[in-house]
Design a protein around this ligand. Structure first.
Ligand code: MG
Length: 248
């Protein structure tokens, strides 16, 4: 974004997300996850030369990094921690972001740091605030568990299914199957611009040394089944099938 860009204002007066004190979640990667960062290297990422690894954490460097692999519908887990001591105010304090293609889930130090509510931690940037504010203190670790459903477009580039997202912040539901209005730029309203379903996941450089760790992702593959027998009751009575299987 050029420094001179005009800021886009959605014009909605949101209620303030209530502060909720999170519990202590702990998660290791499940066996079928793709590991994006385990503390040892940045092999899964492009443009990561200036993002340094310190004590097993990935510290934001210069420019956004993006995964070499691409992802459509997926489950993403990551952990992030805001710089200590807290430095800056509003959008200038512990700002980063998790992007699925052009769609940002905000990362921000929202612990005692007011900003516009649809721009605080776990907001869908400039579209909706989180349901509550579950941000931990700077230096402590936050978890995001994100269920992402990528938008679909037809051959003419028309939107057929919007993106939806569910987010747990420190184990607390903060986005509940939210339907995105489009992309999430700073300087204009959201809009959809056709793209393939699978895109890189990106982490934002917003000039704050936010730390990340334990990043893994699972591609969501619909379960399949095949109707091999007519459904029946225990007494052998035939039943009409309720739905087709194996169509996904
Ligand atoms: Mg951001």
């Amino acid at each position: 974004m050029p420094a001179t860009a005009e800021e886009y204002l959605p014009g909605i007066k949101w209620d303030e997300p209530q502060y909720v004190t999170p519990g202590e979640p702990h998660q290791n990667a499940p066996s079928d996850a793709t590991i994006l960062f385990d503390g040892s290297n940045t092999h899964a990422w492009n443009n990561a030369a200036t993002w340094i690894i310190e004590n097993g954490c990935l510290v934001v460097g210069k420019g956004m990094i993006h995964t070499k692999d691409t992802f459509g519908d997926c489950q993403l887990h990551l952990e992030w921690s805001s710089p200590v001591p807290a430095d800056g105010t509003g959008q200038g304090r512990g700002n980063s972001g998790v992007f699925f293609g052009p769609y940002e889930i905000q990362v921000l130090d929202s612990y005692n740091n007011k900003t516009y509510f649809d721009g605080q931690a776990a907001a869908i940037y400039k579209q909706t605030p989180p349901l509550v504010n579950a941000t931990k203190k700077p230096g402590e670790w936050n978890t995001y568990d994100i269920i992402w459903n990528t938008p679909r477009f037809d051959k003419a580039g028309q939107l057929t299914e919007p993106a939806t997202v569910t987010v747990l912040h420190n184990g607390i539901l903060v986005q509940n199957h939210f339907e995105l209005l489009g992309d999430t730029p700073f300087n204009r309203p959201p809009r959809y611009i056709a793209h393939p379903p699978d895109l890189p996941i990106r982490l934002q450089d917003h000039r704050n040394p936010v730390r990340f760790r334990n990043i893994w992702v699972r591609k969501i593959r619909p379960i399949r089944g095949k109707q091999t027998h007519q459904p029946s009751l225990r007494d052998g009575q035939k039943v009409t099938p309720l739905h087709q299987t194996g169509k996904n």
